[in-house]
Write a protein that binds this ligand. Structure first.
Ligand code: PEP
Ligand code: MN
Length: 366
């Protein structure tokens, strides 16, 4: 995928930040007391963090808590005055943008239910023309990288250069243990397409439960992401939205304290040499793998010709079952997990069948 954004490096617009850039605060602004109590604890533990709170909440069903609305902006201002923290909130319409700009909110983000809709994103982008404010773009709920890239482009085309992407997981029918499937590969593809774009991971909405946050936060750091957005509430059990996934500022402190921040670049030249050596071994093995695969496919083709000429079906289920069972057993002895071998063989088998089908459809010996 191609993505060219004209953006300012994070260090230029948030000069004080240390990795990970931390955005903490409740899912929703609920009351002045809740906001100030949460923010005071957060600032005492993380003086360089950004305070988040949702003011207008996109909820699936009406009748649930849909956000406190405009008054929450005044509480955000109080948080800023009392703690000095930068403030961030979600905008979904041009009206939200105008209200946030008037209230002096420091950072805006576009939520996952909004980034799916190019009309809404464009409306927000239009409202941002001529304004110099950082904007975070959460990934759309659908696992569609183009949609995420498109939302980033619309914001950038409006002249916003302080941009970051927020990875909050994707809707999937098989979420495994997660509330939203992380699909790390999509975030990696985005980063590969636009390496200068900062990526912030939101383990709260990916995990949906506090137990998964440490794992997800560590994984995000190991993927060289720049920051973390984690929902934090003084008293999560009484939260009006996302009560199941919020954590206290003290729990957040423990998680952040336990993170291992590894470097993506290597200063030590001895380490670099060792890494280069290992990489060249991998490179050679990868080439060997490709050659073996190409040879295997050529043999599949010969088998296809043989089947065609002798009127035998392509798929012989018992043979395929034996083959995969043998490979799993052999792979196990070599220390390769069953699921890994199964997934690889499924791909090999699909390609092999495709080749044999090509052969069947070609004209051979009658
Ligand atoms: C949120 O951050 O509270 C929120 C609504 O997130 P998302 O848009 O990722 O669902
Ligand atoms: Mn939330």
């Amino acid at each position: 995928m191609k993505l060219q954004l004209d953006i300012k490096p994070l260090k230029e617009w948030l000069p004080d930040y240390d990795k990970p850039l931390l955005i903490a605060g409740p899912c929703s602004a609920e009351s002045e007391t809740q906001m100030l109590a949460t923010a005071n604890q957060i600032v005492s533990l993380f003086p360089k963090s950004i305070f988040r709170a949702g003011i207008w909440k996109p909820r699936t069903r009406p009748g649930t808590f849909e956000g406190i609305g405009d008054i929450g902006l005044q509480w955000m201002q109080k948080v800023k005055q009392q703690t000095g923290l930068l403030t961030a909130t979600e905008v979904a319409t041009a009206d939200h943008v105008d209200k946030c700009l008037k209230a002096g909110i420091d950072i805006l983000w576009i939520g996952a239910r909004t980034s799916v809709n190019p009309f809404s994103v464009q409306e927000i982008a239009d409202a941002l023309k001529g304004v110099d404010i950082p904007v975070f773009v959460k990934n759309p709920i659908y696992p569609d990288l183009q949609l995420w890239a498109g939302a980033l482009e619309r914001v950038n085309n409006a002249g916003i250069k302080k941009i970051a992407a927020v990875h909050r997981g994707f809707h999937s029918y098989d979420n495994g243990p997660f509330r939203n499937s992380p699909k790390w590969e999509l975030a990696i593809e985005l980063k590969t397409a636009c390496p200068e774009l900062p990526i912030i991971c939101d383990p709260s909405h990916i995990g949906g439960t506090p137990e998964l946050i440490p794992y997800l936060a560590q994984k995000a750091m190991d993927m060289d992401m720049d920051g973390l957005m984690i929902e934090t509430h003084v008293n999560p059990s009484v939260a009006l939205s996302d009560a199941k996934q919020q954590i206290t500022p003290f729990a957040l402190n423990e998680i952040i304290g336990n993170l291992q921040i590894r470097s993506a670049s290597i200063q030590n030249s001895e380490l670099q040499t060792k890494l280069d050596e290992l990489r060249s071994v991998i490179h050679k093995l990868d080439n060997d793998l490709l050659e073996v695969l190409a040879k295997r496919m050529a043999v599949s083709r010969q088998i296809g010709e043989h089947k065609r000429d002798n009127h035998i079906t392509i798929l012989q289920v018992t043979h395929w079952k034996n083959l995969i069972e043998n490979s799993i057993a052999n792979g196990n002895q070599l220390g390769l997990p069953k699921d890994f071998i199964k997934a690889i063989y499924q791909l090999i088998h699909d390609e092999s069948i495709r080749r044999q089908t090509d052969v069947m459809n070609s004209i051979g010996k009658k």
